[in-house]
Design a protein. Structure first.
Lengths: 73, 617
């Protein structure tokens, strides 16, 4: 399943790159991109564990840039 | 400016005033430190706080850490004004940076401002505005003059002119009348239109285009990957170098501890890779945004990169270089006048639904009186025979003429020739052919001028037809009578001729050539308004039917890459220079901050140029 999420307060381009790297390494993630320009996270991960993976991704974002949050639909 | 940015501006001004006061007041010792600490705290508390917090999160080597370390270090060695000024300058730079990025984000978003807000549906109590997503296929919607068409559909009533500029970059309005297809995103300029919806909102042209442009950022160019990889190694290496710079010289040379620590701090400030990390994606983003304004949709930065090095361009013929519509191009009567010949041919063919018959009827332009035609009979692979006004008329190819024993003569015009004979007497022939697009020749010339080595045309048509078109347009190579599978083979053979640094682009109309589109280094689909297959299979979509847009796309791609290269070289050169200077003790902290923030700002300003579209070359 592939979904796109908006990121709020993503202010640092280097952080976006760090998040992308870390999220890509998560177990069950097929691909992930964090675009600083569009302020979006595109996550392609296993259907069954998608929500769990999304939670982990949100934690990574918080860790890299504490002000940054994933806007959940 | 956002609220966050305004708050920062206030902080900068306050801190600047306090800094000025501290510099003027005749203080010394602890009092002086306290006076400078006030503006320092006002401007820098969040940087210090984030530095501490990020270290707690295991994110050590970031900008906040570097700035905190550098300024606290400066305070420790008694350089109070430097510490405050550096922090101030850094925040000004950051503010400017976020403002510039915000602005370019907005201007790109406004380029793609084609999302319709509402649709009008007719109800018992007049028109009602509803969300386009709520309208079902088959519903009728009303579009008033000045409104944007919310969903794809077919005109039921009304005539109007449509402004398609937002989708195609074409400034000439398009006329529509009942029966014509309209696509969402166009603006209705003059009349009232009643349209029957043919696609739901999620599948309408406007949604697909927005989706495509918004997702373009997720396919990153090689240069973008290079920068992120680079940044990952670069920062730790620089920090280690800074430590070495602080520790080693005092141990082995005459340089004092204070001096060497200061050099190391400068070194750290310079090291932030932000100029590259922001400006490279911004350039690609701008290039994609600018291209979409010209009616060229690019699915990702990586395709701009490939397109810029295009060496060989392969075109499909029908629908790409030619209009894909058959027209009567010549009428050569032998024993009657042109009108009579056309009338006989059209009447003979009037019962048939073949494209050739339709183009004959269209050229004749009258409604056939079927009572004049009797015993019409289609002769497969040959033509038709019919009795018209009591005469036996045969219309068809040379085989038909030979069958009925009429002597015919070939035509010097290239195309499909329809011979006409009545009661065994040859009356002449009509030539029907596909016409070359108006800008096709200009497209080939522009591609050649931009350095494309070879232009090739592939077609399923007969050899003479293909060769005539190729000669007319000045193409280098033509391969005719190809089946769709043969086209893939031809493209694979051509791919072997591409040099290691070059690329091959295939341009097609998306009908029957999806395999070739995906096989080429970069697949370009054109006239894609409404064609799903093309949007899916292609990497780049030319929204209108003009092949000349390809040269423009290549120009945009090259310009974007030039800007990216300028930024990489400029940022690295300045940083390297200041790194060396600070290692040798010749750079002060102000220069170091310029090498960080100043370079970022210049690189961002340069990157924003990628958004403006170069004119057709």
């Amino acid at each position: 399943m592939k979904k796109t999420f908006k990121l709020r307060d993503l202010d640092c381009a280097n952080c976006a790159a760090k998040m992308e790297n870390a999220i890509c390494k998560l177990d069950g993630v097929n691909s992930a991109t964090v675009s600083f320009m569009t302020q979006k996270l595109t996550l392609d991960a296993d259907d069954a564990r998608f929500d769990e993976i999304l939670q982990q991704a949100a934690r990574i974002c918080k860790k890299v840039e504490p002000d940054c949050t994933i806007v959940l639909p | 400016m956002t609220r966050k940015q305004k708050r920062m501006l206030i902080r900068i001004v306050t801190s600047g005033v306090l800094f000025g006061a501290a510099a003027v007041l005749p203080l010394s010792g602890w009092e002086r430190l306290a006076a400078f600490l006030v503006p320092y705290a006002v401007i820098g508390w969040d940087v210090l706080w984030r530095a501490v917090r990020n270290i707690a999160h295991g994110q050590v080597f970031d900008e906040n850490f570097l700035m905190a370390l550098a300024t606290v270090g400066a305070l420790a060695i008694g350089e109070y004004p430097e510490a405050v000024f550096v922090m101030l300058f850094y925040q000004v730079g950051e503010l400017f940076q976020s403002y510039a990025v915000d602005r370019s984000r907005k201007s790109i978003a406004s380029l793609m401002d084609i999302r319709p807000d509402y649709a009008n549906i007719e109800t018992e109590d007049g028109l009602k505005q509803v969300d386009p997503e709520e309208v079902a296929v088959g519903d009728a919607i009303i579009i008033k003059a000045g409104e944007r068409i919310p969903l794809d559909g077919v005109v039921l009533e009304g005539t109007s002119a449509l402004d398609t500029a937002a989708l195609t970059g074409e400034s000439l309005p398009r006329q529509v009348q009942p029966g014509d297809d309209v696509i969402s995103g166009c603006v209705n300029l003059t009349g009232l239109l009643k349209v029957q919806v043919t696609r739901a909102f999620e599948e309408s042209t406007v949604s697909r285009i927005l989706d495509l442009v918004e997702n373009a950022g997720s396919r990153k160019a090689r240069a973008e990957h290079f920068i992120t990889r680079f940044a990952r190694w670069y920062t730790p290496i620089v920090v280690l170098a800074a430590v070495a710079l602080a520790v080693l010289p005092p141990l082995f040379t005459q340089v004092g501890w204070l001096d060497s620590i200061q050099r190391a701090l400068n070194f750290l400030v310079v090291s932030c890779p932000c100029a590259l990390v922001i400006s490279v994606p911004l350039s690609f983003f701008g290039g994609i945004g600018g291209a979409s304004r010209a009616g060229i949709l690019v699915k990702g930065g990586n395709y701009l990169e490939v397109l810029a090095k295009t060496e060989i361009v392969v075109f499909d013929k029908t629908g790409t270089l030619t209009q894909g519509v058959f027209n009567v191009t010549a009428i050569h009567p032998d024993h009657c006048d042109e009108g009579q010949l056309l009338e006989l041919a059209a009447l003979a063919e009037c019962a048939s639904d073949h494209p050739i018959s339709r183009s004959l009827l269209e050229a004749w332009g009258q409604i056939p009186d079927s009572s004049r035609v009797t015993q019409a009979e289609a002769l497969s692979g040959r033509g038709v025979r019919a009795v018209i006004d009591g005469r036996v008329v045969c219309a068809g190819n040379d085989k038909l003429m030979e069958d009925i024993g009429v002597t015919w003569h070939p035509c010097h015009h290239v195309g499909t020739t329809v011979h006409v004979a009545a009661d065994g007497v040859y009356l002449g022939h009509i030539v029907i052919s596909d016409q070359v697009k108006l800008d096709a020749k200009q497209a080939i010339t522009a591609l050649k001028a931009s350095g494309v080595r070879k232009t090739v045309m592939l077609t399923g048509d007969a050899k003479p037809v293909g060769e005539a078109v190729a000669a007319q347009l000045g193409l280098d190579e033509v391969h005719a009578q190809l089946l769709p599978a043969d086209k893939v083979e031809q493209v694979e053979a051509l791919l072997k001729q591409v040099s290691p640094k070059g690329a091959l682009a295939f341009v097609g109309d998306g009908i029957n050539d999806a395999p070739v589109l995906s096989r080429a280094d970069v697949g370009v689909a054109m006239g894609a308004l409404g064609s799903d297959a093309a949007i899916e299979a292609a990497d780049i979509v030319l929204m209108d039917d003009k092949p000349s847009k390809l040269a423009q796309a290549i120009a945009i791609a090259r310009r974007t890459l030039t800007i990216v290269r300028q930024n990489i070289v400029f940022a690295l050169a300045v940083k390297l220079l200041v790194l060396v200077l600070s290692a040798l003790g010749h750079a002060n902290m102000w220069q170091a901050v310029f090498a960080d923030v100043g370079v970022s700002v210049i690189a961002i300003l340069n990157a924003m140029r990628a958004m403006s579209v170069p004119k057709n070359p």
